[in-house]
Design a protein around this ligand. Structure first.
Ligand code: PEP
Ligand code: MN
Length: 337
């Protein structure tokens, strides 16, 4: 059982009230974390009806039953970021996050943001710090790129999502971004997950390329236990034996997270497929599977992209996807679930 407190609650008073009723309780957040306070009621506690607990002053909600991933399960199904509702519910339209793999110059990100802004895309993505497999590959323009990204997004009234590749980069990233991206290579980096939670911004948690769903959910628990106001899950493909596509897009995991766990899932077909010609059909499949949104890489001149050119969508291709998503929105099964 999980007891969630409201913002006005006196935490110690509520804790005492729970203990007086014979409950063994453990706080789910680290001391001093921002965000909602929750107590996990340990097994073996007295049996107290949930209504009695709801009646305690300061208690907002009581979730009953056995709880794995208690902080994830206690997340509301939708998250709102700058007026955009994201999640697996009918009141949240599919969200598109798009932009280049890397922020390459002020002019480049501005041109792409202008194009995306005209299409009605609300989130601008772009890597300022890049986690690359090879040390000789482009590593990103760092702090300068963060400023270019923010300015380009502001000009279009867009929100920003960008990656923090290490604890050191978290502070500059958190200062400019609306959503902190934790990349696939860092899903197991617990100091970074904790720091991301502490920075107070919602987190876009990409799935590790060989991570089980259980590991992914526990990584989210790390962020939430350290104060993240929300975690969005990003399925970006997992490693397989078959090199025909860069990764294998695991839509089964997206269905499980969206429909069973009722979590906001963003699907990234760009990194899954690794080639632009497969991306559009994967987008539609992802939304039918229950994805709350899509993350797409695009570039004005993919042949010259400093990273991930083969998977970057041309301007006309992303426009076609955005249009099709809008038109087909009402047909997706997620809206009737
Ligand atoms: C990215 O989004 O540019 C990226 C590096 O993704 P991933 O961590 O999924 O490889
Ligand atoms: Mn990329």
């Amino acid at each position: 059982m999980i007891v969630t407190l409201n913002d006005a609650a006196e935490i110690e008073t509520v804790r005492r009230a729970l203990v007086e009723r014979g409950l063994w309780v453990r706080p789910l957040q680290e001391p001093g974390s921002s965000g909602r306070v929750q107590f996990l009621v340990e097994e073996g506690s007295a049996s107290v009806p949930a209504e009695d607990l709801r009646a305690i002053r300061g208690v907002e909600a009581v979730a009953t039953g056995e709880v794995c991933y208690p902080r994830v399960r206690a997340q509301p199904p939708t998250v709102e970021i700058h007026g955009v509702r994201i999640g697996p519910t009918p009141d949240a339209a599919p969200l598109i996050m798009a932009g280049p793999c890397s922020v390459e110059s002020k002019e480049q990100i501005r041109a792409i943001a202008t194009r995306l802004g005209r299409l009605g895309v609300r989130f601008l993505r772009g890597g300022a710090y890049k986690a690359r497999t090879r040390p000789d590959s482009f590593q990103g323009h760092g702090a300068a790129a963060l400023g270019w990204l923010r300015d380009a997004a502001d000009e279009q009234g867009m929100s920003v999502v960008t990656e923090a590749v290490g604890v050191e980069e978290l502070e500059p990233v958190a200062e400019v971004t609306d959503l902190v991206q934790i990349g696939s290579r860092n899903m197991h980096n617990t100091p970074l997950l904790k720091a991301a939670g502490r920075c107070g911004k919602p987190v876009l948690l990409k799935r590790g390329m060989a991570a089980t769903l259980d590991e992914w959910l526990h990584a989210a628990e790390y962020c939430l236990s350290h104060g993240a106001p929300a975690v969005l899950f990003c399925e970006r493909g997992i490693r397989s034996f078959d090199p025909s596509t860069r990764n294998v897009l695991d839509l089964g995991a997206a269905v499980l997270l969206a429909h069973v766990y009722r979590q906001p899932v963003i699907v990234d077909p760009s990194h899954a497929a690794g080639r632009r010609d497969l991306i559009a059909p994967l987008c539609y499949a992802a939304l039918a599977a229950g994805a709350a949104g899509l993350m797409l890489e695009t570039h004005d001149d993919p042949g010259r992209a400093l990273s991930d050119g083969p998977q970057a969508l041309h301007a006309d291709e992303i426009a076609a996807i955005v249009g099709a998503v809008r038109r087909a929105e009402s047909r997706y099964s997620r809206r009737s679930s």
